[in-house]
Design a protein around this ligand. Sequence first.
Ligand code: PEP
Length: 252
Amino acid sequence: MRRPILAANWKMNKSAGEAQAFAEKLLPAIADASSLDVVIAPPFTALDRLGRALGGSAVELAAQNVNAEPAGAHTGEISVSMLLEFGCRYGIVGHSERRAIYGETNGQVAAKAKALQAAGIRPIVCVGETLEERDGAETLSVVGRQLDESLVGVAGKELVIAYEPVWAIGTGRVATPDIAQQVHAFVRERLGTLYGEVADSIRIQYGGSVKPDNAAELMAQSDIDGALVGGASLESDSFAQLVSIVARAVQA
Ligand code: PEP
Protein backbone atom coordinates (compact mmCIF):
# COMPACT_ATOMS: atom_id res chain seq x y z
CA MET A 1 0.00 0.00 0.00
CA ARG A 2 1.27 3.47 -0.87
CA ARG A 3 1.57 5.96 1.97
CA PRO A 4 -0.37 9.09 1.00
CA ILE A 5 1.46 12.38 0.69
CA LEU A 6 -0.08 15.81 1.10
CA ALA A 7 2.18 18.69 0.11
CA ALA A 8 1.70 22.44 0.45
CA ASN A 9 3.18 24.64 -2.26
CA TRP A 10 3.23 28.16 -0.88
CA LYS A 11 4.76 29.64 -4.05
CA MET A 12 5.92 33.24 -3.47
CA ASN A 13 3.84 33.73 -0.33
CA LYS A 14 4.62 34.13 3.38
CA SER A 15 7.45 35.78 5.24
CA ALA A 16 9.59 33.74 7.63
CA GLY A 17 7.53 35.06 10.55
CA GLU A 18 4.26 34.11 8.88
CA ALA A 19 5.62 30.64 8.18
CA GLN A 20 6.51 30.19 11.85
CA ALA A 21 3.05 31.36 12.94
CA PHE A 22 1.47 28.90 10.47
CA ALA A 23 3.47 26.00 11.94
CA GLU A 24 2.54 26.97 15.49
CA LYS A 25 -1.16 26.83 14.58
CA LEU A 26 -0.92 23.77 12.34
CA LEU A 27 0.96 21.35 14.56
CA PRO A 28 -1.58 21.07 17.41
CA ALA A 29 -4.35 20.69 14.80
CA ILE A 30 -2.77 17.68 13.06
CA ALA A 31 -1.45 15.79 16.04
CA ASP A 32 -3.04 12.52 14.87
CA ALA A 33 -1.72 12.61 11.31
CA SER A 34 0.49 9.57 11.45
CA SER A 35 -0.96 7.73 8.45
CA LEU A 36 0.31 10.11 5.78
CA ASP A 37 3.32 12.21 4.87
CA VAL A 38 2.74 15.95 5.30
CA VAL A 39 5.13 18.25 3.48
CA ILE A 40 5.43 22.04 3.17
CA ALA A 41 7.31 23.87 0.42
CA PRO A 42 7.77 27.47 1.60
CA PRO A 43 9.80 30.14 -0.19
CA PHE A 44 13.57 29.55 0.29
CA THR A 45 13.71 32.50 2.69
CA ALA A 46 11.33 30.78 5.12
CA LEU A 47 12.98 27.33 5.10
CA ASP A 48 15.13 28.02 8.14
CA ARG A 49 12.46 29.49 10.38
CA LEU A 50 9.78 27.03 9.29
CA GLY A 51 12.18 24.12 9.79
CA ARG A 52 12.86 25.27 13.36
CA ALA A 53 9.16 25.75 14.06
CA LEU A 54 8.39 22.25 12.74
CA GLY A 55 11.36 20.73 14.56
CA GLY A 56 10.58 17.40 16.15
CA SER A 57 7.28 17.03 14.26
CA ALA A 58 6.66 14.64 11.36
CA VAL A 59 5.98 17.47 8.91
CA GLU A 60 8.76 17.63 6.34
CA LEU A 61 10.23 20.49 4.35
CA ALA A 62 10.36 20.72 0.57
CA ALA A 63 11.99 23.12 -1.85
CA GLN A 64 9.92 24.67 -4.64
CA ASN A 65 12.84 24.53 -7.06
CA VAL A 66 16.57 23.79 -7.22
CA ASN A 67 19.49 24.26 -9.59
CA ALA A 68 20.98 21.02 -10.92
CA GLU A 69 24.57 22.31 -10.73
CA PRO A 70 26.49 21.75 -7.49
CA ALA A 71 27.93 25.30 -7.16
CA GLY A 72 29.37 28.20 -9.12
CA ALA A 73 28.35 31.10 -11.31
CA HIS A 74 24.54 30.79 -11.18
CA THR A 75 23.38 34.11 -9.79
CA GLY A 76 20.10 33.86 -7.93
CA GLU A 77 20.07 30.07 -7.80
CA ILE A 78 20.04 27.55 -4.94
CA SER A 79 21.90 24.22 -4.96
CA VAL A 80 20.96 20.82 -3.58
CA SER A 81 23.56 21.02 -0.81
CA MET A 82 22.05 24.35 0.31
CA LEU A 83 18.66 22.65 0.59
CA LEU A 84 20.20 19.85 2.63
CA GLU A 85 21.49 22.43 5.12
CA PHE A 86 17.88 23.30 5.90
CA GLY A 87 16.76 19.69 6.17
CA CYS A 88 14.69 19.56 2.96
CA ARG A 89 13.47 16.03 2.31
CA TYR A 90 11.55 16.76 -0.90
CA GLY A 91 11.99 19.05 -3.89
CA ILE A 92 9.27 20.12 -6.33
CA VAL A 93 10.57 20.18 -9.90
CA GLY A 94 8.88 21.08 -13.17
CA HIS A 95 5.94 22.94 -11.64
CA SER A 96 3.81 24.31 -14.49
CA GLU A 97 4.59 27.89 -13.41
CA ARG A 98 8.29 27.19 -13.79
CA ARG A 99 7.71 25.53 -17.14
CA ALA A 100 5.44 28.32 -18.45
CA ILE A 101 6.99 31.46 -16.93
CA TYR A 102 10.66 30.47 -16.75
CA GLY A 103 10.83 28.15 -19.75
CA GLU A 104 11.90 25.10 -17.77
CA THR A 105 12.30 22.12 -20.12
CA ASN A 106 11.78 18.42 -19.53
CA GLY A 107 15.56 17.99 -19.79
CA GLN A 108 16.15 20.54 -17.04
CA VAL A 109 13.50 18.89 -14.90
CA ALA A 110 15.27 15.53 -15.27
CA ALA A 111 18.64 17.08 -14.36
CA LYS A 112 17.13 18.69 -11.24
CA ALA A 113 15.39 15.47 -10.18
CA LYS A 114 18.64 13.50 -10.62
CA ALA A 115 20.61 16.07 -8.60
CA LEU A 116 18.06 15.86 -5.78
CA GLN A 117 18.11 12.07 -5.75
CA ALA A 118 21.91 12.02 -5.65
CA ALA A 119 21.66 13.92 -2.35
CA GLY A 120 18.86 11.76 -0.94
CA ILE A 121 16.12 14.37 -1.50
CA ARG A 122 12.91 13.00 -3.02
CA PRO A 123 11.81 14.78 -6.18
CA ILE A 124 8.16 15.65 -6.75
CA VAL A 125 8.07 15.80 -10.55
CA CYS A 126 5.11 17.81 -11.88
CA VAL A 127 3.36 17.10 -15.16
CA GLY A 128 0.11 18.29 -16.67
CA GLU A 129 -1.57 19.56 -19.81
CA THR A 130 -2.86 23.03 -20.66
CA LEU A 131 -6.51 23.72 -21.46
CA GLU A 132 -5.69 23.99 -25.15
CA GLU A 133 -3.99 20.59 -25.06
CA ARG A 134 -6.95 19.03 -23.21
CA ASP A 135 -9.41 20.53 -25.68
CA GLY A 136 -7.27 19.17 -28.50
CA ALA A 137 -7.45 15.64 -26.98
CA GLU A 138 -3.71 15.73 -26.39
CA THR A 139 -3.71 15.17 -22.63
CA LEU A 140 -2.23 11.68 -22.64
CA SER A 141 0.35 12.35 -25.32
CA VAL A 142 1.51 15.54 -23.56
CA VAL A 143 1.66 13.94 -20.11
CA GLY A 144 3.31 10.82 -21.55
CA ARG A 145 6.03 12.88 -23.23
CA GLN A 146 6.59 14.95 -20.09
CA LEU A 147 7.06 11.75 -18.09
CA ASP A 148 9.36 10.10 -20.63
CA GLU A 149 11.58 13.16 -20.97
CA SER A 150 11.47 14.48 -17.39
CA LEU A 151 12.42 11.10 -15.93
CA VAL A 152 15.46 10.28 -18.06
CA GLY A 153 18.07 8.93 -15.64
CA VAL A 154 15.75 9.45 -12.64
CA ALA A 155 15.31 6.45 -10.32
CA GLY A 156 11.82 5.18 -9.53
CA LYS A 157 12.59 4.57 -5.87
CA GLU A 158 11.34 7.40 -3.63
CA LEU A 159 10.02 9.27 -6.68
CA VAL A 160 6.79 11.26 -6.39
CA ILE A 161 4.80 12.45 -9.41
CA ALA A 162 2.28 15.30 -9.25
CA TYR A 163 -0.34 15.34 -12.00
CA GLU A 164 -1.51 18.93 -12.18
CA PRO A 165 -3.70 19.90 -15.11
CA VAL A 166 -2.61 23.47 -15.80
CA TRP A 167 -6.22 24.57 -16.36
CA ALA A 168 -7.06 23.56 -12.78
CA ILE A 169 -4.20 25.34 -11.01
CA GLY A 170 -5.33 28.40 -9.10
CA THR A 171 -8.48 28.63 -11.22
CA GLY A 172 -11.02 27.02 -8.91
CA ARG A 173 -11.70 24.49 -11.73
CA VAL A 174 -10.91 21.07 -10.36
CA ALA A 175 -10.66 17.97 -12.53
CA THR A 176 -13.54 15.61 -11.77
CA PRO A 177 -12.46 12.55 -9.80
CA ASP A 178 -13.07 10.41 -12.92
CA ILE A 179 -10.92 12.60 -15.15
CA ALA A 180 -8.17 12.74 -12.56
CA GLN A 181 -8.27 8.96 -12.03
CA GLN A 182 -8.10 8.31 -15.79
CA VAL A 183 -4.94 10.36 -16.12
CA HIS A 184 -3.43 8.95 -12.91
CA ALA A 185 -4.02 5.40 -14.21
CA PHE A 186 -2.31 6.38 -17.44
CA VAL A 187 0.61 7.88 -15.49
CA ARG A 188 0.99 4.68 -13.48
CA GLU A 189 0.93 2.60 -16.65
CA ARG A 190 3.65 4.78 -18.17
CA LEU A 191 5.68 4.52 -14.96
CA GLY A 192 5.31 0.74 -15.35
CA THR A 193 6.91 0.96 -18.78
CA LEU A 194 9.75 3.04 -17.33
CA TYR A 195 10.28 1.28 -13.98
CA GLY A 196 8.51 -2.09 -14.06
CA GLU A 197 7.04 -3.25 -10.75
CA VAL A 198 8.48 -0.24 -8.88
CA ALA A 199 5.68 1.79 -10.49
CA ASP A 200 3.23 0.28 -8.01
CA SER A 201 5.04 1.98 -5.15
CA ILE A 202 5.43 5.42 -6.79
CA ARG A 203 3.07 7.96 -5.29
CA ILE A 204 1.07 10.11 -7.69
CA GLN A 205 -0.42 13.30 -6.28
CA TYR A 206 -3.24 15.26 -7.84
CA GLY A 207 -2.91 19.04 -7.90
CA GLY A 208 -5.24 21.76 -9.10
CA SER A 209 -7.70 23.68 -6.90
CA VAL A 210 -7.82 20.95 -4.23
CA LYS A 211 -9.89 22.22 -1.30
CA PRO A 212 -11.46 20.67 1.80
CA ASP A 213 -14.79 20.35 -0.03
CA ASN A 214 -13.50 18.38 -3.03
CA ALA A 215 -10.55 16.45 -1.58
CA ALA A 216 -12.36 13.37 -0.23
CA GLU A 217 -13.76 12.32 -3.62
CA LEU A 218 -10.42 12.79 -5.31
CA MET A 219 -8.57 10.87 -2.61
CA ALA A 220 -11.00 7.96 -2.95
CA GLN A 221 -9.65 7.20 -6.45
CA SER A 222 -7.40 4.15 -6.62
CA ASP A 223 -4.42 5.82 -8.32
CA ILE A 224 -4.54 9.13 -6.43
CA ASP A 225 -2.10 8.96 -3.54
CA GLY A 226 -2.36 12.46 -2.16
CA ALA A 227 -2.39 16.07 -3.26
CA LEU A 228 -0.14 18.99 -4.07
CA VAL A 229 -1.99 22.06 -2.87
CA GLY A 230 -1.44 25.75 -3.55
CA GLY A 231 -4.18 28.16 -2.45
CA ALA A 232 -5.82 25.97 0.19
CA SER A 233 -2.46 25.35 1.86
CA LEU A 234 -1.96 29.01 2.78
CA GLU A 235 -4.36 28.98 5.74
CA SER A 236 -3.49 26.56 8.52
CA ASP A 237 -7.18 25.76 9.11
CA SER A 238 -7.87 24.59 5.57
CA PHE A 239 -4.55 22.75 5.35
CA ALA A 240 -5.28 20.99 8.66
CA GLN A 241 -8.69 19.99 7.29
CA LEU A 242 -7.01 18.55 4.21
CA VAL A 243 -4.63 16.58 6.42
CA SER A 244 -7.53 14.94 8.22
CA ILE A 245 -9.47 14.30 4.98
CA VAL A 246 -6.47 12.54 3.43
CA ALA A 247 -5.86 10.62 6.67
CA ARG A 248 -9.51 9.48 6.70
CA ALA A 249 -9.32 8.45 3.04
CA VAL A 250 -6.42 6.15 3.90
CA GLN A 251 -8.36 4.49 6.68
CA ALA A 252 -11.50 4.03 4.54
C1 PEP B 1 -0.13 24.27 -7.29
O1 PEP B 1 0.39 25.37 -7.28
O2 PEP B 1 0.61 23.28 -7.42
C2 PEP B 1 -1.56 24.16 -7.14
C3 PEP B 1 -2.12 23.00 -7.31
O3 PEP B 1 -2.26 25.32 -6.82
P1 PEP B 1 -3.82 25.43 -6.43
O4 PEP B 1 -4.09 24.38 -5.39
O5 PEP B 1 -3.99 26.82 -5.90
O6 PEP B 1 -4.59 25.17 -7.68
